[in-house]
Design a protein around this ligand. Structure first.
Ligand SMILES: [Zn+2]
Length: 235
């Protein structure tokens, strides 16, 4: 009986594929069975951030001298109107949460290519305030993390919460150890001591958002944080 149900589901999916073939979100080409949302050619052509360990970047500048933050990288380059911006827009505002999961898987492949895979104890998404979460229905960054986790095995831990009207100031030098009014705060049961976190967000613009989240992660006890975003804005 169970087998019949599975077969039926598979057949219905095949019929749907024939009647309504899925198309690439970027070029409109019909997707192959192994492709999801974006075709292989378009994925290969997405502009990479090209951040390297030695090259200067706004991300490396933002964490210079900040105690506890080990490294900062972005996978793709976000320019207004480019394909990366289009994908972010789709998974952020048009309900494509499964696209974000797929992009999270791609982030793992790119981390491998960039030689930035590390000894992370957990992946932590930058959270949304619950009112925004209710409105959108999902946190796109958590979806990215789930895709990344599926390939890497690093667990996703929602250790942070967002305040509605928290301040979001950019700090240079050592981050404040106590952060009573920051944009983000640690959950009461969050275990951070001695651990290494991969803190993930979708877009890095000025860095104030992800740095505020890092500040909260580092606020209770000594731990290490590496920043990773899906994209880095460039104009
Ligand atoms: Zn395409």
């Amino acid at each position: 009986m169970v087998r019949m149900k599975v077969d039926l589901k598979l057949w219905l999916a095949r019929i749907a594929d024939v009647c309504f073939p899925k198309q690439c979100l970027l070029c409109g080409r019909t997707l192959l069975g192994s492709e999801n949302h974006v075709c292989t050619l378009c994925l290969a052509a997405l502009p990479r951030s090209e951040i390297t360990k030695t090259q200067d970047s706004p991300m490396k500048d933002a964490i210079t001298g900040v105690r506890g933050i080990v490294d900062a990288n972005a996978v793709f380059s976000y320019v207004h109107g480019n394909d990366v911006a289009h994908l972010v827009h789709e998974f952020k505002y048009h309900g494509y949460h499964s696209l974000a999961v797929e992009m999270g898987r791609l982030m793992y492949d790119e981390m491998f290519r960039m030689a930035i895979l590390g000894d992370y104890d957990a992946i932590v998404p930058v959270p949304l305030h619950w009112t925004r979460l209710m409105k959108r229905g999902y946190n796109q960054t958590e979806c990215l993390c789930r895709g990344l986790s599926g390939k890497s095995g690093w667990p996703v831990e929602n250790l942070l919460k967002a305040r509605r009207h928290g301040s979001q100031t950019r700090r240079s030098g050592t981050l404040r150890r106590v952060n009573p009014k920051g944009k983000y705060y640690l959950r009461d049961d969050a275990r951070t001591k001695g651990r290494h976190f991969l803190l993930v967000d979708d877009v890095f613009t000025t860095g104030s958002t992800i740095l505020a989240a890092a500040e909260a992660l580092l606020s209770r006890s000594d731990c290490r944080v590496t920043l990773l975003t899906f994209s880095l804005t460039n104009g």
